[in-house]
Design a protein around this ligand. Structure first.
Ligand code: 13P
Ligand code: SF4
Length: 358
């Protein structure tokens, strides 16, 4: 979970240059590395002076990911680091909802996200009011909300989950006897998790008579219509094409992909699951159906592993986080995540309930 980079905290400019060329060779062109060395050096210097910690999501571009982060990981891993850090300032190199989660878990800290534009189609796909309406339509249903949501949506929820523990959270609720579970807002994560666990799944907008056909004493997962604008674009044909061209590759996909894609791949899991798999499981080659910076980050971290280097889809939100914006964030103390204390209190409960289940 700690940064893959072992660049010493007080590395000189020359040491930074050597380190970046070494770890990024064959992944990032030398000319690009040269444009980023001084920025990385300046960020690390500022970070020490300000007692800041930089958390980098697995989707950060390789030069940033490998030069300035103190910790890297998926949204759940980074949230738990944010909850415990002693640093005065948390710079979240990820998207806005991740910064909000850090603030909710550690409200005394200054939390910065280096770009105001780093949104997320899932987080923007549901509001607190949407959830209040759903609760009225499905009285008594337990609300499980994906961590890719804003605090206002979390505040209306009973439990949070991530793509790494959705099955555990759902399993626990079933064990407790819950029969109606609103799993929001990602239609595909909800469907994929329900299918994997053999629980019927229906869209909340559906007028399918199947709704009435599921007896009240049988569990039912009810979904919403938001989707990840990146992962929804992968198709079953993409899987077929990769298999044809790289027959010995293990294909891994994020569960935000459509169910028809998940049905065809070898492994489905969070970005952490993918990192762990590539590190721990020997395979001739690995192909990742997810934001493509991740494949480059793993290729740099595990040079003995062969990654299918196909950069087809990028998350524009994650890509707003650059070294330039990160330096500006530290220099200008921007952009601060500010949440009302009452909202923090309400949003924290479902996250804590999720953590208690792990
Ligand atoms: P992870 O929690 O798997 O890192 O995913 C976050 C995300 O935004 C995926 O698109
Ligand atoms: Fe949101 Fe999708 Fe981007 Fe992840 S990849 S931050 S889910 S838009």
């Amino acid at each position: 979970m700690s940064a893959t980079a072992t660049l010493p905290q007080a590395a000189s400019l020359e040491e930074t240059r050597r380190f970046m060329h070494e770890i990024l060779k064959g992944i990032v062109p030398d000319v690009e590395i040269e444009t980023k060395v001084e920025l990385a050096y300046a960020i690390n210097k500022r970070k020490r002076e300000m007692n800041a910690v930089i958390l980098g999501h697995n989707y950060m571009e390789p030069a940033l990911y490998h030069s300035v982060t103190d910790y890297v990981g998926d949204s759940l891993q980074l949230s738990s680091i944010a909850a415990k850090t002693d640093a005065d300032i948390i710079v979240f190199c990820g998207v806005w909802f991740m910064g909000e989660t850090a603030k909710v878990l550690n409200p005394a800290k200054t939390v910065l996200v280096p770009s105001m534009q780093a949104g997320c189609s899932l987080a923007e796909g549901i509001s607190g009011e949407d959830i209040r309406q759903l609760k009225m339509r499905f009285p008594g249903a337990v609300v499980v909300t994906y961590v890719n949501t804003y605090a206002a949506a979390k505040a209306e929820s009973d439990y949070c989950c991530t793509s790494g523990n959705a099955d555990k959270v759902l399993g626990k609720l079933i064990e407790q006897g819950c029969k109606r579970i609103l799993f929001l807002p990602d239609a595909y994560l909800a469907a994929n998790t329900a299918v994997q666990m053999g629980i019927p799944f229906l869209d909340s907008e559906s007028d399918d008579p199947a709704f009435a056909a599921v007896p009240d004493d049988q569990p039912l997962v009810i979904g919403w219509h938001a989707k990840c604008e990146v992962h929804e674009l992968f198709t079953p044909e993409d899987v077929d094409n990769i298999r044809r061209q790289y027959p010995d590759a293990v294909i891994l996909a994020h569960p935000e992909c459509p169910p028809e894609v998940i049905a065809k791949v070898d492994v489905s899991g969070s970005t952490k699951t993918m990192v762990d798999y590539v590190r721990d499981v020997d395979a001739p080659q690995y192909a990742l159906l997810t934001e493509c910076a991740m494949g480059d980050n793993l290729a740099a971290e595990f040079p003995h592993r062969r990654m299918v280097r196909a950069c087809t889809l990028r998350c524009k939100h994650m890509n707003y986080i650059t070294l330039e914006e990160t330096l500006a964030g530290l220099e200008k103390l921007q952009y601060k995540v500010e949440l009302e204390p009452e909202l923090i209190e309400r949003a924290r409960k479902p996250i804590e309930r999720m953590i208690a289940i792990r």
